[in-house]
Design a protein around this ligand. Structure first.
Ligand code: PLP
Length: 377
């Protein structure tokens, strides 16, 4: 099955009982048992729900895994994954991961004795030298957020395999349509499904997929024990969104490329970060490991003041956190998504006050360019 066909026919589609073409919403908490412990595979909806299960099989199929898991948010998904580990364990984590991921590790799980070292995971030597005897896993995002740095998933996977570590990849920006980390050697793939997978700014959800059976069993144990599961209505909404992922990602990509070229030809703009530009340091690796470059662009307009002016003037770019939806979104990471990162740390990372991040929607590109043109003037 090719990519777009898999989006329509992968996992569980429809309902064998009625012939319904869409998976029904099983709005139910418990299931009648024929005798004690005798049931049809479902006992209680925290443990398993048919609508959620269809979504879980769907993401497993799309990522080339054997098991999938749906959670109440991307952060709930990541929290549950972190519960695979024990007090004293150490992680090597990308240094420009999503701000909430940084906060979760540095302010929450650190209190429980799980330690993380943040390094530039696009630099393999930096990753190697951050590994300690207590290191149990490496977590990375590629492209990263908001600087769109590219990490070589296969190279890091070779490292984790040789050292007996797990590799977790946050695949939110690329989606399974463009990039399949499990097939490149990662052990765990994590998604904020709130973004491209849902795609319509109407649902908050997280997904995880794994290939290894025992890891799948452990995660199911944790999903059921911790209980941060996705409800049936949101599971259904997410499946509805994912069906059009292919056409949306193609369109995001086309628009993003055009806009990135346009921005990089302007003299009044500093750096333009987009992995699809041949000048991007990670361009060759991105091309090798993914089918596309995605719909996220960051660019530096020089100062926080100018950034705010641009944001106040745009008409078609909605000033909002989040990304990956049909409508274009615009934000200033230093003041919004990455505000939870201390200013000194932001400066170290290169997240300047004048950095603008855009999530390119599927509007007509001529309108998006015209809009940015007048906002920058
Ligand atoms: C939004 C986001 C998250 C967090 O997901 P939520 O669904 O908001 O909890 C994690 N990683 C990345 C890359 C994100 O963009």
């Amino acid at each position: 099955m090719k990519r777009k066909t898999k989006l329509i026919h992968g996992g569980i589609q429809g309902d064998p009982h009625t012939g319904a073409v869409s998976v029904p919403i099983y709005q139910v908490s418990t299931y009648k048992q024929e005798g004690v412990g005798k049931h049809k595979g479902y006992e209680y909806s925290r443990t398993g729900n048919p609508t959620r299960f269809a979504l879980e099989e769907y993401i497993a199929a799309l990522e080339g895994g054997t098991r999938g898991f749906a959670f109440a948010s991307g952060m709930a998904a990541f929290s549950t994954v972190l519960m695979l580990f024990d007090k004293g364990d150490h992680f090597v984590v990308g240094d420009d991961v999503y701000g909430g991921t940084y906060r979760l590790l540095s302010k929450v799980f650190s209190r429980l004795g799980l330690n993380a070292t943040f390094v530039d995971t696009s630099d393999l030597d930096a990753v190697k030298s951050a590994i300690t005897p207590n290191t149990k896993a490496i977590f990375l995002e590629t492209p990263s957020n908001p600087l769109l740095k590219i990490s070589d998933i296969s190279a890091v996977a070779e490292l984790t395999r040789s050292q007996g570590l797990l590799l977790g990849v946050d695949n939110t920006f690329m989606t399974p349509y463009w990039q399949n980390p499990l097939e490149l050697g990662a052990d765990i793939v994590i998604h904020s499904a709130t973004k491209y997978l849902g795609g319509h700014s109407d649902v908050v959800a997280g997904l995880v997929a794994v290939k290894d059976e025992s890891l799948g069993n452990e995660l199911h144990f944790l999903q059921n024990s911790v209980g941060a599961v996705l409800g049936p209505q949101d599971s259904w909404l997410l499946m509805r969104g994912i069906k059009t992922l292919g056409v949306r990602m193609e369109e995001h990509e086309r628009n993003a490329r055009d806009l990135a070229y346009w921005l990089s030809n302007r003299k009044d703009i500093g750096k333009v970060y987009y992995p699809g530009l041949s000048s991007h340091p990670g361009h060759a690796i991105a091309k090798k490991q993914a089918g596309g470059f995605g719909g996220m662009i960051s660019f530096d307009v020089g100062s926080g003041e100018r950034a705010e002016k641009v944001l106040s003037r745009v008409k078609y770019f909605t000033l909002a956190e989040s990304l990956g939806a049909v409508e274009s979104l615009i934000s200033v990471p230093a003041k919004m998504t990455h505000a939870s990162i201390p200013p000194e740390r932001r400066a170290e990372l290169g997240i300047s006050d004048g950095l603008i991040r855009v999530s390119i929607g599927i509007e007509d590109i001529e309108d998006l360019i015209e809009d940015l043109e007048q906002a920058l003037a």
